[in-house]
Design a protein around this ligand. Structure first.
Ligand code: FE
Ligand code: FE
Ligand code: FE
Length: 193
């Protein structure tokens, strides 16, 4: 029975290894699309943490005498694909796109938090204290990142609301031709009474 739990933990670690590597590539790609400075710094910091997290999973696997293998975390693949598709739908950089990015990043963090929660419990049950130690450090970083992302969201929202307002005002002005800039589709045309 205990060996089946050990087997489960090794499969989980292979999954985590794949998940972390996919998350890393995703964050590196996403970074170019970010406008908000705090968000950029946060993602940059988590990229650096994730590089260490990958090493920790490697160390945990070494302790258990397993090799990473070719296992692909399908859930992370889906999460990454989802955020990338969402980003493509927003060609304009700015607060709205930043919120799209945060939404995707936060989903990724929650998946990681869930996975490490289970993995730590399994390692504890098996008496693998070093593995528990390694994964607990990572879990703490994931939780902190999640909290920071929520903070960033709150900070970006006013600008996102402002951007919407601005767009709506510009749209109204174009539709009615009432603004006096002399540009736009209705510029110079006689206005109907
Ligand atoms: Fe991670
Ligand atoms: Fe997975
Ligand atoms: Fe993470």
């Amino acid at each position: 029975m205990k060996s089946e739990v050990r087997e489960l933990l090794t499969e989980e670690l292979k999954d985590a290894y794949s998940a972390e590597k996919q998350a890393l590539r995703c964050m590196q790609k996403v970074l170019r699309k970010v406008s908000d400075e705090t968000l950029r710094e946060g993602i940059q910091m988590h990229i650096e943490q994730t590089q260490v997290q990958i090493e920790r999973v490697e160390q945990a696997m070494e302790k258990l005498n397993v090799r990473p293998g070719r296992k692909v975390c399908e859930a992370m693949r889906g999460l990454v694909e989802e955020v990338q598709n969402e980003i493509e739908e927003h060609s304009e950089k700015g607060p709205i796109l930043d919120l799209v990015i945060v939404a995707g990043m936060q989903r990724i963090e929650h998946y990681e938090i869930a996975a490490y929660g289970t993995d730590i419990a399994l390692a504890e049950a098996l008496g693998e204290t070093e593995v528990v130690e390694l994964l607990s450090q990572t879990l703490e970083e994931e939780k902190q990142t999640d909290l920071k992302l929520t903070e960033v969201t709150k900070a970006i929202i006013p600008a996102a609301l402002g951007e919407e307002e601005g767009k709506a005002a510009a749209h109204r002005a174009r539709a009615t031709g009432t603004h006096g800039t002399g540009v736009g589709p209705n510029a110079g045309r006689p206005r109907r009474a």
